[in-house]
Ligand binder design. Structure first.
Ligand code: MN
Length: 318
């Protein structure tokens, strides 16, 4: 997924993650352009909530009968996590990957110093629904070599009426094999039946996204499409749902670094972002390599804004 938002907001937030809060966040509708005009609901980053742990970007795409067609575009300083709920996505990248990802499977691409990829629905008109997440890399890994891994066999979490798949990190006894570089959790849960207590790491901050039906998180109802930010300091949460529901749990150690996020780049300074943009615009620059199969078609970088990009600071702000 390419971020086509050319006017990222600057946000200045308190630096400490909040203890034990419960704040609902609403997505904003972002057009991704292209012939079929796909829209996404963007939950992260947003004013007042730049990150949850190292999770620095969260889009819900669909459910729509459409064709995702995201031509080659670059990434730096982050990992992309593609998690389909429905439909297949054909992923190709500049480290040579050429794979389909299906529901229940994880595509994890590490941008590091620089990577390019495309994501296209193989069958136009199929139901397309899923998550696109980014994980910010810590400073000592931000310039690492790019990489790609796909996991088709992920561990299952089960606890009373809550079952699900852990796609990143560890929940209970379920440990995802996905390579991540800061402590975090990402789990796709089905909530049904009586309330179940889900263990959390108190040093993490967490958030729960309701997908299709309301989910009740320790007494707070989360309507579908909304993200409940829970802060740090919780050893567990209680999950229940009036009718069977899907919810995504995200969390991680509050991310220490201030990030500059612009377009598809995550960095720590304006100059770093401007250099990445210039390298992508120098078509064929070895930094981003080649995504085969597109005949040179690519998404050009937007113009940089006329102001120096400044970091989004951390901690949620109401
Ligand atoms: Mn992308």
């Amino acid at each position: 997924m390419s971020n086509l938002d050319t006017h990222p907001e600057e946000t200045v937030c308190r630096t400490a993650a909040d203890d034990h809060v419960a704040v609902l966040f609403t997505p904003r509708d972002v057009p991704l352009g292209g012939l079929r005009g796909i829209h996404v609901d963007r939950l992260l980053p947003q004013r007042g909530l730049p990150t949850v742990g190292a999770w620095c970007f969260l889009d819900v795409f669909g459910p729509n009968h459409t064709q995702m067609s995201v031509l080659p575009h670059p990434h730096t300083g982050l990992q992309t996590v593609t998690w389909p709920f429905a439909g297949e996505i054909h992923h190709r990248d500049s480290v040579g990957s050429d794979v389909l990802v299906r529901p229940g499977q994880l595509n994890l691409m590490t941008g590091g110093h620089g990577v390019a990829h495309s994501e296209i629905s193989p069958n136009g008109g199929d139901l397309v629904h899923g998550l696109q997440l980014w994980v910010a890399l810590p400073a000592d890994k931000a310039g690492m070599a790019p990489a790609f891994e796909q996991h088709v066999d992920l561990p299952t979490y089960a606890n009373g009426g809550v079952t699900g798949t852990v796609f990143a990190g560890t929940l209970g006894d379920a440990e995802s094999p996905a390579t991540v570089h800061t402590p975090l959790i990402g789990a796709d849960l089905r909530v049904a039946g009586p309330p179940a207590t889900i263990p959390l790491r108190p040093d993490f901050e967490h958030a729960v996204l309701a997908i299709d039906h309301p989910v009740v998180v320790s007494g707070t109802e989360v309507p579908p499409g909304r993200l409940l930010y829970l802060g740090t300091g919780r050893a567990d949460i209680m999950l229940s749902a009036p009718s069977p529901a899907r919810a995504v749990l995200l969390g991680g150690e509050p991310f220490a670094d201030e990030l500059v996020m612009w377009w598809n780049f995550v960095g720590r300074s304006h100059d770093e972002i401007a250099a990445a943009r210039a390298d992508w615009e120098a078509e064929g620059h070895p930094r981003f390599g080649v995504v085969h199969g597109h005949g040179g078609a690519r998404i050009p970088a937007p113009e940089l804004p006329n102001v120096r990009l400044t970091p989004r600071r951390h901690g949620h702000r109401t």
